[in-house]
Design a protein around this ligand. Structure first.
Ligand code: ATP
Ligand code: MG
Length: 288
């Protein structure tokens, strides 16, 4: 009889027959994060261990477990990985009475705390002034109509405080920020990148108000001529354009993108930003 179909531990291949493997009595899991780092920052909180145990048994019923392998969440936090730290017996199968425990988080490393404030940013007067508008938009989005500064582009040389300013904004307004590097959006498989983008925005909408900070935008939003060379890149760009578009806008989501090569950006992307904010090199006075 074969009642279990889903395979979780690839490394064991077909060598072990599940039906012959004994049921796990005890499994200790450690939250390991997402396979694609830095896209999502949130963590499944295990507030109620008994509730989690039920949730875990249900979705991983029949999964082979042994120390070192991973179990992936398929429900609340799709793809979030839990590493199996201990299993008893050593190689076993999750059953309806397996005791499943999640290790307590030791640090809060997954949550970025922004200790930067606007006051720490030297110079950049023009940027600071424009940030005030964004700040009031994030505090009272309903006051803004059509002209809301939802998509903002930071540009300027490296090390001029673009990332710093985004962090300060998040800290000041207490609006969470999801930082992502554009390069991580280029998936290994076709369709993966656009799925990531949509997932990202969906998540942000649930958390709204929320800031999505896309660093190194130029890595994906190159001129069309270059995009043609890599189809997967233009697919990511198209997904991003859809999300940034006013018509399908996600409520309460503000996109801030940063680049130090604005001249390479594709016009279709550039025109989506309601505001472009320039970061200049500090002058002699500001340097002191
Ligand atoms: N205007 C500024 N005022 C104070 N410190 C600054 C300023 N600009 C840069 N710095 C310092 O330099 C560091 C790097 O700045 P930041 O990461 O914000 O630059 P960036 O513009 O995002 O650069 P990149 O384009 O390379 O990402 C900051 O952590 C900060 O210590
Ligand atoms: Mg930066």
């Amino acid at each position: 009889m074969r009642s279990i179909q889903k395979t979780g531990t690839k490394e064991l291949g077909g060598k072990l027959e599940r039906s012959k493997t004994s049921g796990a009595r005890y499994v200790l899991l450690r939250p390991a994060g997402y396979p694609l780092k830095s896209v999502f920052q949130d963590y499944p909180e295990v507030a109620d261990p008994r509730l989690f145990e039920r949730y875990a048994r249900e979705q991983w019923y029949g999964e082979l477990v042994r120390p070192g392998c991973y179990l992936f969440d398929r429900r609340l936090y799709p793809d979030f990985a839990f590493k199996v730290i201990r299993a008893h017996p050593h190689v076993s199968v999750v059953g309806s009475d397996t005791k499943i425990v999640v290790e307590r988080k030791k640090t809060d490393a997954a949550k970025i705390k922004s200790e930067v404030s606007f006051e720490d940013v030297v110079g950049q007067k023009e940027a600071r002034r424009k940030m005030k508008i964004v700040e009031s938009f994030l505090s009272e989005p309903e006051r803004f109509g059509k002209w809301a500064p939802r998509n903002i582009l930071f540009y300027g040389p490296s090390g001029t405080g673009k990332t710093m300013m985004a962090k300060a904004l998040s800290g000041k307004t207490k609006v969470p920020m999801i930082p992502i590097k554009a390069t991580t959006l280029i998936g290994e498989f076709v369709g993966e990148g656009s799925r990531q983008i949509h997932g990202l925005y969906k998540k942000a909408e649930q958390m709204a108000p929320c800031i999505i900070f896309i660093d190194e935008l130029d890595a994906i939003a190159l001129d069309r001529r270059y995009q043609d060379i890599r189809g997967d890149v233009s697919e990511v760009v198209n997904a991003l354009l859809t999300e940034m578009d006013g018509i399908h806008s996600r409520k309460g989501v503000c996109t801030i993108a940063a680049t130090n090569k604005i001249e390479f950006l594709d016009d279709s992307i550039r025109s989506r930003f309601e505001e472009e904010i320039r970061f200049g090199l500090p002058n002699a006075e500001e340097r002191l």
